[in-house]
Design a protein around this ligand. Structure first.
Ligand SMILES: Cc1cc2nc3c(=O)[nH]c(=O)nc-3n(C[C@H](O)[C@H](O)[C@H](O)COP(=O)(O)OP(=O)(O)OC[C@H]3O[C@@H](n4cnc5c(N)ncnc54)[C@H](O)[C@@H]3O)c2cc1C
Length: 495
């Protein structure tokens, strides 16, 4: 089989995976999108109730918009802030239903491994010419192999939450007390209200995910006054946790910090900091959370824990590929120094594209949230520029691949410079000339038994299970005086 006749396989129908599809379609390339979830934007759907801090202008991809507008779609007001649900229902789902796209997406299909046909990781001969093989599991449990000429992994990190233990390992008892621990951003005001109302709740983490939950819990107190909120974090530099406030180039992101500070100052939220979780113990009708504080070992008694401790990439499925990863962040190697939260707690990321995302494994790219590995500072505008550049390279348009243009927002507070001296912010790539669209058909997917796409998006209540993700600075920070690998929020210990 000629590799060139095969499609490009995109793993994940999230915002960045679908943007990759749009760019491939514009360039007349064949493709297939493989999505583990039962709906488009399955990860975003987990935080559907959360309002994003980027306005529409920075949450959509240009190629996707061009394709949508061709079919009469209307861009929402550029300055409005979408929720996760808006992003899915008003942008991702309409895109997935376009005639050029709808037959290319396979839902309920999980990629569990990627390799080269008949060539394992060790073997050199013929490697670059061999097709990729994706091992997938379908909804009914059946397994199949899909061949592809290139692979774009846009599978995010949401489904691989970091554990509560401060050293990156689960705390003692974390697994056995799982019934009282939720990883992610539960909708505490609606679908999860009963679980948290009038309970003692500890939120662990200091990024935007933690702040989002805390703001909602603080609101819950109005109607459930016996709710007690503990906010535990490893770092102790609250100024950095609160962020850039009015100096943040994304005002909504700045306001998150300002609002949470208001609740803390008003005594609605009790700060437990520094606090490094060691153990979670069941006691009579409560949990004991045992951790290290500045005064030694401290025990906090709670009913529920919400872990907003960031996430990490799933690298298991890429075990047979030759990757070059940053040893600390597990991001693509060249990206590491550019996004290291030890240095950049904000958007001081210089433009990057195919060159920085390249791995030794030719024609394989990790993009989107997953390309940042454990770093929490990814923004969609970054991912859209990544896939524009990667797709240009895959089609041999090296001029466009190298012409990377991206500015990211400053938080106003960086770990290296509290004045926020980063590059300017958040423009997506300059518009590029749009090649004529061609229709795609007969994508070869070998021996495959895939489920047809279900294009009916149902606004079902959000269920959050075992998931988390950080999108701001993360206080996974530092033993005293030691520069941590995933710090970014505590300049006391990381300077
Ligand atoms: C609460 C929150 C708010 C955010 N707000 C903003 C914001 O305002 N602005 C901004 O720019 N960014 C924001 N982000 C950060 C980032 O833009 C989002 O996380 C975004 O969803 C990342 O897009 P993605 O396509 O890379 O990954 P995801 O959206 O995570 O999509 C990955 C997809 O891959 C699928 N998948 C996973 N594993 C497999 C597999 N093995 N096989 C097949 N499919 C798989 C998943 O089901 C999912 O659909 C926010 C993040 C969070 C959590």
């Amino acid at each position: 089989m000629k590799t060139q006749a095969l499609p490009v396989a995109i793993i994940g129908a999230g915002p960045v995976g679908l943007a990759a599809a749009a760019h491939l379609i514009e360039r007349g390339e064949s493709l297939i999108v493989i999505e583990a979830g039962s709906k488009i934007g399955a990860n975003v759907d987990n935080w559907a109730h959360v309002r994003m801090f980027s306005p529409w202008e920075f949450t959509v991809d240009r190629a996707s918009v061009r394709l949508l507008e061709k079919h009469g779609w209307q861009m929402p007001p550029l300055n409005d802030l979408p929720t996760g649900r808006d992003l899915v229902e008003r942008y991702l789902v309409p895109f997935s239903k376009l005639p050029e796209v709808k037959d290319l997406i396979y839902l309920n299909t999980r990629v569990v491994a990627v390799s080269r046909r008949n060539i394992d990781k060790m073997k050199d001969a013929g490697r670059e010419d061999a097709p990729f093989v994706l091992h997938v599991i379908c909804e009914d449990g059946s397994e199949t192999l899909i061949e592809a000429r290139a692979v774009i992994d846009a599978s995010g990190t949401w489904h691989k939450p970091n554990p509560l233990g401060s050293g990156g390992l689960p705390a003692v008892g974390e697994k056995s007390q799982a019934d009282h621990i939720l990883y992610g951003i539960p909708d505490v005001l609606n679908s999860q209200r009963e679980r948290y109302a009038n309970r003692r709740v500890m939120v662990v983490g200091s990024g935007h995910s933690a702040i989002n939950v805390l703001l909602n819990l603080a609101e819950l107190i109005v109607t459930a006054p016996n709710t007690t909120i503990y906010w535990a974090m490893r770092g102790k530099n609250l100024k950095q946790v609160y962020g850039g406030g009015g100096e943040d180039a994304l005002p909504a992101r700045g306001r998150l910090g300002t609002r949470i500070q208001g609740y803390v100052d008003a005594g609605k939220i009790e700060i437990v900091s520094p606090f490094r979780v060691r153990e979670i113990k069941a006691a009579v009708q409560e949990l004991e959370v045992i951790g290290e504080s500045s005064d030694g070992i401290q025990t906090i008694r709670v009913d529920e824990i919400i872990a907003a401790t960031g996430a990490r990439p799933d690298l298991d499925m890429l075990r047979e590929l030759r990757l070059e990863l940053d040893p600390a962040l597990e991001s693509t190697r060249a990206l590491g120094p550019m996004i290291d939260p030890n240095i950049h707690s904000c958007g001081t990321v210089r433009p990057h594209g195919e060159a920085e995302l390249r791995h030794p494994e030719k024609n394989f790219y990790i993009v989107g949230m997953k390309s940042y590995g454990r770093a929490p500072t990814f923004l969609l505008a970054t991912g859209y520029e990544q896939v524009r550049s990667v797709v240009a390279a895959l089609t041999g348009d090296w001029e466009a691949a190298h012409d990377v243009q991206l500015n990211l927002p400053e938080t106003g507070v960086c770990s290296t410079d509290l004045g926020g001296e980063g590059t300017a912010c958040c423009g997506t790539s300059a518009s590029q000339s749009a090649p004529a669209l061609i229709s795609l058909s007969n994508i070869p997917v070998n021996n495959i038994r895939l489920q047809p796409i279900n294009l009916q998006f149902e606004a079902v209540p959000v269920t959050i299970a075992n998931v988390t993700h950080e999108c701001g600075c993360d206080d996974t920070c530092c033993s005293d005086g030691v520069k941590s690998t995933t710090c970014g929020c505590d300049d006391d210990c990381c300077a």
